[in-house]
Design a protein. Sequence first.
Length: 318
Amino acid sequence: MSELWVERHRPRSVSGIKGQRAVVERLRAYAESKTFPHLMFAGPPGTGKTTAALALGRDVFGDGYRDNLLEMNASDERKLESIRTKVKQFARTAPMPGTSFKVIFLDEADALTPDAQGALRRIMEQYAETCRFILSCNYSSKIVEAIQSRCAVFRVRPLDADKLLEMVVDVAKREGVGLDGDAAEAIASVSLGDLRKAITSLQVAASLDNNVTRDLVYETTATAPPEELHGFFLACKEDGFQPARRRMKGILDRFGLAGTDLVNQLHRELGGVTFLDEIQKLAVTEAMAECDFRMVEGGGESLQLDAMTAKICGLIGS
Ligand SMILES: Nc1ncnc2c1ncn2[C@@H]1O[C@H](COP(=O)(O)OP(=O)(O)OP(=O)(O)O)[C@@H](O)[C@H]1O
Ligand SMILES: [Mg+2]
């Protein structure tokens, strides 16, 4: 793996960003007018926040945008003093010819403590004439109101499965990887709206075999395919404890899952199970939630999963 595909295929212009229609439209307008206010991007991992900030920088300032954009990661620069020093130095020199401001991109701003955010607020004001800030975060609730009110806030969303699929197929084509329809769908389904995860899964699978199949995708992403999970529920319903337990162990071994992964994947699949009614699903959900909680609290995995299996057999067994 010489280069990460997520970096190689990161869109360079805001028009290349997948999904996020409302965001892209507004960013395009900024790119056209060559100016923008302080910005904040908020949303789950791998959905295009860093991409949007860098692409906007390039669209506004051209290929040399890096000279005009200071990128800092708030999670490695938690001490605001180092941010202050860097911002000061950066703001002292003139912006690129033809532009009136410089950009400070503070990635993962939700890692800043409330105190640091308070000080940041002051910095944003001090340098407002010459610097625009772009903040990115996973949780906007962790950013103090005073900062949010200084920014145009953009919310990015998990990407739809069809957008994930489109991108994965496209990257596979450009990288010369064989990827059939089922495998592409499997990648879209295991990625849960995270495009970074989708592209990374493709690269990992392709590094083992240039012809990526559905099975390979599930094996390399530590995800059990839906039919295996349904099979577990069906065994609980029809075959009883021992066979259900064997199935569960088989899934854990084959796909390399931790106990909590298995419970979470079972939970996601439960909705699509056709042989259980609503009331049974509610009861099964409760049993899974309890097992998850106990494992997180330190309960032994094997015992807890057995107990959950026993409970589910009792609830839905015939
Ligand atoms: N909306 C998108 N359109 C096109 N590519 C995307 C999009 N979202 C993510 N990607 C791809 O995934 C990679 C990671 O995306 P990005 O760095 O923008 O994620 P992020 O939203 O900043 O996530 P984090 O919260 O983890 O920082 C990019 O390099 C790009 O290849
Ligand atoms: Mg990011």
